[in-house]
Design a protein around this ligand. Structure first.
Ligand code: G3I
Length: 345
Protein backbone atom coordinates (compact mmCIF):
# COMPACT_ATOMS: atom_id res chain seq x y z
CA UNK A 1 0.00 0.00 0.00
CA UNK A 2 3.00 2.25 -0.03
CA UNK A 3 6.06 2.75 -2.10
CA UNK A 4 8.06 4.39 0.70
CA UNK A 5 10.99 2.31 1.91
CA UNK A 6 10.65 2.78 5.65
CA UNK A 7 14.21 1.85 6.58
CA UNK A 8 15.75 4.15 3.98
CA UNK A 9 13.41 7.09 4.64
CA UNK A 10 14.52 9.38 7.43
CA UNK A 11 11.05 10.87 7.93
CA UNK A 12 8.89 9.99 10.90
CA UNK A 13 5.49 11.03 12.23
CA UNK A 14 6.95 14.27 13.58
CA UNK A 15 8.12 15.25 10.09
CA UNK A 16 4.88 14.42 8.31
CA UNK A 17 3.02 16.46 10.95
CA UNK A 18 5.46 19.35 11.32
CA UNK A 19 2.94 21.90 10.03
CA UNK A 20 0.18 20.56 12.27
CA UNK A 21 1.16 19.62 15.85
CA UNK A 22 3.93 17.88 17.73
CA UNK A 23 3.75 14.08 18.08
CA UNK A 24 4.63 12.53 21.40
CA UNK A 25 5.03 9.21 23.17
CA UNK A 26 4.90 8.01 26.77
CA UNK A 27 8.19 6.52 27.96
CA UNK A 28 10.06 5.09 30.90
CA UNK A 29 13.79 4.76 31.47
CA UNK A 30 13.59 1.25 29.98
CA UNK A 31 12.81 2.77 26.57
CA UNK A 32 15.76 5.14 26.36
CA UNK A 33 18.35 2.74 24.91
CA UNK A 34 18.50 0.28 22.00
CA UNK A 35 15.98 -0.05 19.19
CA UNK A 36 13.19 1.75 21.09
CA UNK A 37 15.39 4.82 21.58
CA UNK A 38 16.20 4.78 17.86
CA UNK A 39 12.51 4.67 17.04
CA UNK A 40 11.66 7.49 19.48
CA UNK A 41 14.26 9.76 17.89
CA UNK A 42 13.04 9.06 14.37
CA UNK A 43 9.32 9.33 15.04
CA UNK A 44 8.58 11.70 17.91
CA UNK A 45 9.32 15.28 18.96
CA UNK A 46 7.61 15.16 22.35
CA UNK A 47 7.78 12.74 25.28
CA UNK A 48 5.76 12.18 28.44
CA UNK A 49 6.93 10.15 31.44
CA UNK A 50 4.54 7.20 31.66
CA UNK A 51 4.97 6.90 35.45
CA UNK A 52 8.18 8.59 36.59
CA UNK A 53 6.77 12.04 37.34
CA UNK A 54 3.69 10.96 39.27
CA UNK A 55 3.46 12.02 42.89
CA UNK A 56 4.16 8.60 44.42
CA UNK A 57 7.20 8.12 42.15
CA UNK A 58 8.70 11.55 42.85
CA UNK A 59 7.91 11.91 46.56
CA UNK A 60 7.25 8.44 48.03
CA UNK A 61 7.86 9.75 51.56
CA UNK A 62 7.42 13.30 52.76
CA UNK A 63 10.49 15.33 51.85
CA UNK A 64 12.24 12.37 50.14
CA UNK A 65 12.41 13.14 46.46
CA UNK A 66 13.33 10.52 43.91
CA UNK A 67 14.38 12.25 40.70
CA UNK A 68 16.38 9.48 39.05
CA UNK A 69 14.04 8.22 36.34
CA UNK A 70 12.41 11.60 35.72
CA UNK A 71 15.84 13.20 35.30
CA UNK A 72 16.97 10.51 32.86
CA UNK A 73 13.91 11.11 30.68
CA UNK A 74 14.42 14.87 30.78
CA UNK A 75 18.10 14.62 29.85
CA UNK A 76 17.39 12.16 27.01
CA UNK A 77 14.80 14.57 25.62
CA UNK A 78 16.92 17.69 26.01
CA UNK A 79 19.91 15.98 24.38
CA UNK A 80 17.82 14.92 21.41
CA UNK A 81 15.87 18.15 20.95
CA UNK A 82 12.58 16.56 22.03
CA UNK A 83 9.95 18.56 23.92
CA UNK A 84 8.60 17.31 27.26
CA UNK A 85 5.04 17.20 28.61
CA UNK A 86 4.87 16.81 32.37
CA UNK A 87 2.47 14.17 33.75
CA UNK A 88 1.09 14.81 36.38
CA UNK A 89 0.93 17.01 39.48
CA UNK A 90 -2.30 16.00 41.20
CA UNK A 91 -4.21 12.72 40.76
CA UNK A 92 -6.24 10.38 42.97
CA UNK A 93 -4.13 7.42 41.78
CA UNK A 94 -0.41 7.11 42.48
CA UNK A 95 -0.76 9.65 45.28
CA UNK A 96 1.21 8.47 48.32
CA UNK A 97 -0.78 7.62 51.47
CA UNK A 98 1.27 9.93 53.71
CA UNK A 99 -0.05 12.93 51.80
CA UNK A 100 -3.49 12.55 53.38
CA UNK A 101 -2.47 11.70 56.97
CA UNK A 102 -1.24 14.13 59.62
CA UNK A 103 1.42 13.62 62.31
CA UNK A 104 -1.17 12.12 64.67
CA UNK A 105 -2.31 9.55 62.16
CA UNK A 106 -5.56 11.43 61.51
CA UNK A 107 -6.86 12.66 58.18
CA UNK A 108 -4.89 15.73 57.11
CA UNK A 109 -6.65 19.10 57.32
CA UNK A 110 -7.34 21.10 54.19
CA UNK A 111 -4.60 23.58 55.15
CA UNK A 112 -2.02 20.82 55.58
CA UNK A 113 -2.97 19.03 52.38
CA UNK A 114 -2.80 22.21 50.31
CA UNK A 115 0.52 23.11 51.89
CA UNK A 116 1.90 19.69 50.91
CA UNK A 117 0.48 20.03 47.43
CA UNK A 118 2.22 23.40 47.07
CA UNK A 119 5.52 22.01 48.33
CA UNK A 120 5.29 19.14 45.86
CA UNK A 121 4.38 21.31 42.89
CA UNK A 122 7.06 23.90 43.71
CA UNK A 123 9.69 21.16 43.83
CA UNK A 124 8.71 19.33 40.65
CA UNK A 125 7.73 22.23 38.41
CA UNK A 126 10.65 24.25 39.77
CA UNK A 127 13.20 21.54 39.03
CA UNK A 128 12.17 21.29 35.37
CA UNK A 129 11.35 24.95 34.82
CA UNK A 130 12.14 25.91 31.23
CA UNK A 131 12.49 22.23 30.22
CA UNK A 132 8.94 20.96 30.60
CA UNK A 133 6.77 23.12 28.38
CA UNK A 134 3.36 21.80 29.47
CA UNK A 135 2.00 20.11 32.59
CA UNK A 136 -1.02 17.95 33.28
CA UNK A 137 -1.81 19.78 36.49
CA UNK A 138 -4.92 17.92 37.58
CA UNK A 139 -5.76 14.46 36.26
CA UNK A 140 -9.16 12.74 36.15
CA UNK A 141 -11.09 14.85 38.69
CA UNK A 142 -14.51 14.14 37.14
CA UNK A 143 -16.63 11.23 38.40
CA UNK A 144 -17.47 8.39 35.99
CA UNK A 145 -21.05 8.31 37.28
CA UNK A 146 -23.18 10.49 35.01
CA UNK A 147 -25.32 11.61 37.97
CA UNK A 148 -22.29 12.98 39.87
CA UNK A 149 -19.87 15.83 39.18
CA UNK A 150 -16.46 15.77 40.83
CA UNK A 151 -14.85 12.45 41.79
CA UNK A 152 -15.11 11.64 45.49
CA UNK A 153 -11.32 11.36 45.92
CA UNK A 154 -9.30 12.16 49.04
CA UNK A 155 -8.43 15.47 47.41
CA UNK A 156 -12.09 16.31 47.01
CA UNK A 157 -13.17 14.99 50.42
CA UNK A 158 -10.63 17.17 52.17
CA UNK A 159 -10.51 20.27 49.95
CA UNK A 160 -13.65 20.37 47.83
CA UNK A 161 -13.19 21.93 44.37
CA UNK A 162 -10.45 24.20 45.76
CA UNK A 163 -7.69 21.62 45.25
CA UNK A 164 -8.11 22.02 41.50
CA UNK A 165 -7.94 25.81 41.59
CA UNK A 166 -4.95 25.77 43.95
CA UNK A 167 -3.02 23.19 41.93
CA UNK A 168 -3.21 25.44 38.87
CA UNK A 169 -2.22 28.52 40.87
CA UNK A 170 0.76 26.78 42.44
CA UNK A 171 1.94 25.43 39.08
CA UNK A 172 1.62 28.84 37.45
CA UNK A 173 3.58 30.48 40.25
CA UNK A 174 6.33 27.85 39.99
CA UNK A 175 6.77 28.31 36.22
CA UNK A 176 4.75 31.15 34.68
CA UNK A 177 5.85 30.07 31.16
CA UNK A 178 4.59 26.48 31.37
CA UNK A 179 1.29 25.66 29.66
CA UNK A 180 -1.15 24.18 32.14
CA UNK A 181 -3.65 21.42 31.30
CA UNK A 182 -6.57 19.64 32.86
CA UNK A 183 -6.37 15.98 31.69
CA UNK A 184 -9.09 13.28 31.59
CA UNK A 185 -10.41 10.18 29.78
CA UNK A 186 -13.69 9.38 28.01
CA UNK A 187 -13.79 13.06 27.17
CA UNK A 188 -15.80 12.45 23.98
CA UNK A 189 -18.64 10.59 25.69
CA UNK A 190 -21.49 13.11 25.55
CA UNK A 191 -22.53 13.01 29.22
CA UNK A 192 -19.01 13.13 30.59
CA UNK A 193 -18.21 15.87 28.09
CA UNK A 194 -20.91 18.07 29.65
CA UNK A 195 -19.39 17.63 33.11
CA UNK A 196 -15.84 18.27 31.96
CA UNK A 197 -17.01 21.38 30.12
CA UNK A 198 -18.72 22.57 33.31
CA UNK A 199 -15.50 22.18 35.31
CA UNK A 200 -13.41 23.94 32.65
CA UNK A 201 -15.92 26.77 32.43
CA UNK A 202 -15.86 27.19 36.23
CA UNK A 203 -12.08 27.45 36.09
CA UNK A 204 -12.14 29.98 33.23
CA UNK A 205 -14.81 32.05 35.00
CA UNK A 206 -12.61 32.19 38.10
CA UNK A 207 -9.61 33.28 36.01
CA UNK A 208 -7.66 30.18 36.98
CA UNK A 209 -4.43 29.98 34.91
CA UNK A 210 -5.40 27.10 32.61
CA UNK A 211 -4.24 26.92 28.99
CA UNK A 212 -5.76 23.73 27.72
CA UNK A 213 -7.46 20.43 28.10
CA UNK A 214 -5.80 17.05 27.67
CA UNK A 215 -8.04 14.45 26.06
CA UNK A 216 -6.38 11.16 26.96
CA UNK A 217 -7.77 9.28 23.95
CA UNK A 218 -7.66 5.76 25.35
CA UNK A 219 -9.92 4.80 22.51
CA UNK A 220 -10.93 1.60 20.78
CA UNK A 221 -11.68 0.54 17.24
CA UNK A 222 -15.36 1.11 18.12
CA UNK A 223 -15.30 4.57 19.69
CA UNK A 224 -15.37 7.53 19.60
CA UNK A 225 -17.42 8.25 16.50
CA UNK A 226 -16.29 11.04 14.21
CA UNK A 227 -19.18 13.23 15.38
CA UNK A 228 -18.35 12.66 19.06
CA UNK A 229 -14.74 13.61 18.39
CA UNK A 230 -15.70 16.78 16.52
CA UNK A 231 -18.22 17.78 19.19
CA UNK A 232 -15.59 17.40 21.90
CA UNK A 233 -12.96 19.43 20.04
CA UNK A 234 -15.44 22.18 19.25
CA UNK A 235 -16.99 22.40 22.69
CA UNK A 236 -13.76 22.48 24.69
CA UNK A 237 -12.00 24.85 22.32
CA UNK A 238 -14.97 27.23 22.45
CA UNK A 239 -13.66 28.19 25.90
CA UNK A 240 -10.46 29.48 24.31
CA UNK A 241 -8.53 26.42 25.48
CA UNK A 242 -5.93 24.53 23.45
CA UNK A 243 -6.39 20.81 22.99
CA UNK A 244 -3.81 18.04 23.30
CA UNK A 245 -4.50 14.34 22.80
CA UNK A 246 -2.31 13.15 25.61
CA UNK A 247 -2.51 9.32 25.82
CA UNK A 248 -3.65 7.99 22.46
CA UNK A 249 -4.09 4.28 21.82
CA UNK A 250 -6.70 2.23 19.96
CA UNK A 251 -7.68 -0.96 21.78
CA UNK A 252 -8.90 -3.83 19.62
CA UNK A 253 -11.45 -4.68 22.34
CA UNK A 254 -14.62 -2.73 23.07
CA UNK A 255 -14.17 -0.67 26.27
CA UNK A 256 -17.74 -1.26 27.40
CA UNK A 257 -17.03 -4.95 27.86
CA UNK A 258 -13.65 -4.33 29.45
CA UNK A 259 -14.85 -4.18 33.02
CA UNK A 260 -15.55 -7.89 33.12
CA UNK A 261 -13.07 -10.66 32.47
CA UNK A 262 -12.76 -12.14 29.02
CA UNK A 263 -15.72 -14.33 28.12
CA UNK A 264 -15.03 -17.97 27.33
CA UNK A 265 -14.31 -18.32 23.63
CA UNK A 266 -13.69 -14.61 23.11
CA UNK A 267 -10.73 -14.25 20.82
CA UNK A 268 -7.62 -12.34 21.65
CA UNK A 269 -6.21 -12.75 18.17
CA UNK A 270 -5.47 -9.70 16.09
CA UNK A 271 -7.61 -10.78 13.15
CA UNK A 272 -7.44 -9.06 9.74
CA UNK A 273 -10.96 -7.79 10.35
CA UNK A 274 -9.98 -6.12 13.63
CA UNK A 275 -6.89 -4.66 12.02
CA UNK A 276 -9.00 -3.25 9.19
CA UNK A 277 -11.32 -1.57 11.70
CA UNK A 278 -8.29 -0.16 13.50
CA UNK A 279 -6.82 1.26 10.30
CA UNK A 280 -10.13 3.00 9.54
CA UNK A 281 -10.39 4.39 13.06
CA UNK A 282 -6.80 5.72 13.03
CA UNK A 283 -7.40 7.31 9.62
CA UNK A 284 -10.62 8.93 10.84
CA UNK A 285 -9.10 10.43 13.96
CA UNK A 286 -5.98 11.81 12.25
CA UNK A 287 -8.04 13.21 9.35
CA UNK A 288 -10.11 15.00 12.01
CA UNK A 289 -7.08 16.17 14.02
CA UNK A 290 -5.61 17.82 10.92
CA UNK A 291 -8.82 19.78 10.31
CA UNK A 292 -8.50 21.29 13.80
CA UNK A 293 -4.78 22.04 13.71
CA UNK A 294 -5.41 25.58 14.93
CA UNK A 295 -6.55 24.37 18.34
CA UNK A 296 -4.71 21.03 18.62
CA UNK A 297 -1.11 21.52 19.73
CA UNK A 298 0.05 17.95 20.42
CA UNK A 299 -0.91 14.30 19.91
CA UNK A 300 0.86 11.82 22.20
CA UNK A 301 0.76 8.01 22.01
CA UNK A 302 0.60 6.03 25.26
CA UNK A 303 3.56 3.65 24.74
CA UNK A 304 5.77 3.07 21.75
CA UNK A 305 4.62 -0.13 20.07
CA UNK A 306 2.55 -3.29 20.38
CA UNK A 307 5.63 -4.95 21.91
CA UNK A 308 4.59 -3.62 25.31
CA UNK A 309 1.54 -1.57 26.17
CA UNK A 310 -0.24 -0.92 29.47
CA UNK A 311 -3.29 -2.50 27.79
CA UNK A 312 -1.55 -5.91 27.92
CA UNK A 313 -2.34 -5.92 31.61
CA UNK A 314 -5.45 -3.79 31.81
CA UNK A 315 -8.20 -4.57 32.50
CA UNK A 316 -7.47 -8.24 31.84
CA UNK A 317 -4.00 -9.26 32.99
CA UNK A 318 -2.11 -11.16 30.31
CA UNK A 319 -4.46 -10.46 27.43
CA UNK A 320 -2.40 -9.12 24.56
CA UNK A 321 -3.55 -5.93 22.89
CA UNK A 322 -2.35 -4.27 19.67
CA UNK A 323 -3.32 -0.62 20.05
CA UNK A 324 -0.40 1.32 18.52
CA UNK A 325 1.07 2.25 15.13
CA UNK A 326 4.19 0.06 15.44
CA UNK A 327 4.14 -3.72 15.72
CA UNK A 328 5.95 -5.99 18.16
CA UNK A 329 9.06 -5.80 15.92
CA UNK A 330 8.84 -1.99 15.97
CA UNK A 331 7.87 -1.93 12.29
CA UNK A 332 5.20 0.52 11.09
CA UNK A 333 1.77 -1.11 10.74
CA UNK A 334 -0.64 -0.49 7.88
CA UNK A 335 -2.39 2.07 10.09
CA UNK A 336 0.87 4.05 10.22
CA UNK A 337 0.84 4.46 6.45
CA UNK A 338 -2.76 5.67 6.54
CA UNK A 339 -1.84 8.26 9.15
CA UNK A 340 1.08 9.70 7.17
CA UNK A 341 -0.63 9.50 3.76
CA UNK A 342 -2.24 12.90 3.23
CA UNK A 343 -1.73 15.97 1.16
CA UNK A 344 0.31 18.26 3.38
CA UNK A 345 -0.76 21.88 3.58
O1 G3I B 1 6.84 0.21 40.22
C1 G3I B 1 6.19 -0.97 40.61
C2 G3I B 1 7.14 -2.11 40.70
O2 G3I B 1 8.07 -1.84 41.73
C3 G3I B 1 6.39 -3.41 40.99
O3 G3I B 1 7.26 -4.48 40.95
C4 G3I B 1 5.31 -3.63 39.95
C5 G3I B 1 4.47 -4.86 40.24
O4 G3I B 1 3.16 -4.72 39.75
O5 G3I B 1 4.45 -2.51 39.94
C6 G3I B 1 5.13 -1.33 39.58
O6 G3I B 1 4.22 -0.27 39.54
C7 G3I B 1 3.33 -0.28 38.44
C8 G3I B 1 3.59 0.97 37.60
O7 G3I B 1 2.62 1.06 36.59
C9 G3I B 1 4.97 0.99 36.96
O8 G3I B 1 5.10 -0.09 36.07
C10 G3I B 1 1.92 -0.27 38.98
O9 G3I B 1 1.64 -1.50 39.62
C11 G3I B 1 0.93 -0.04 37.87
O10 G3I B 1 -0.35 0.15 38.43
C12 G3I B 1 1.32 1.20 37.10
O11 G3I B 1 0.39 1.33 36.06
C13 G3I B 1 0.38 2.58 35.43
C14 G3I B 1 -0.98 3.27 35.64
O12 G3I B 1 -1.00 4.48 34.92
C15 G3I B 1 -1.23 3.59 37.09
O13 G3I B 1 -0.36 4.58 37.52
C16 G3I B 1 0.62 2.36 33.93
O14 G3I B 1 1.95 1.87 33.73
C17 G3I B 1 0.42 3.66 33.17
O15 G3I B 1 0.44 3.40 31.79
C18 G3I B 1 -0.92 4.26 33.53
O16 G3I B 1 -1.08 5.50 32.87
C19 G3I B 1 -2.33 6.17 33.11
C20 G3I B 1 -2.06 7.65 33.09
O17 G3I B 1 -1.08 7.98 34.03
C21 G3I B 1 -3.34 8.44 33.36
N1 G3I B 1 -4.37 8.06 32.43
C22 G3I B 1 -4.66 6.64 32.35
C23 G3I B 1 -3.37 5.87 32.03
C24 G3I B 1 -3.66 4.39 31.87
O18 G3I B 1 -4.13 3.85 33.09
Amino acid sequence: QTTINYQADSRGLKDFYKNYFSIGVAVGRRNLTGDEATLIKKQFNSVTAENAMKMASIQPREGHFNWKEADSIVSFAVKNGIKIRGHNLCWHEQAPDWMFIDANGKQASKELLLERLKTHIDAVVGRYKGKIYAWDVVNEAIDDDDTKFLRNSKWYQICGEDFIVKAFEYAHAADPEAKLYYNDYNTERPQKRVRIYKLLKNLKDKNVPIDGVGLQAHWSIYEPSKQELIDAIQQYSSLGLKIQFTELDMSIYPWEKEKRAKKAGETDTYTPDLEQKQIAQYKMVFDTFRKYKDVITNVTFWNISDRATWLDSYPVIGRKNYPLLFDTQLQPKKAYWEVVKFKAR
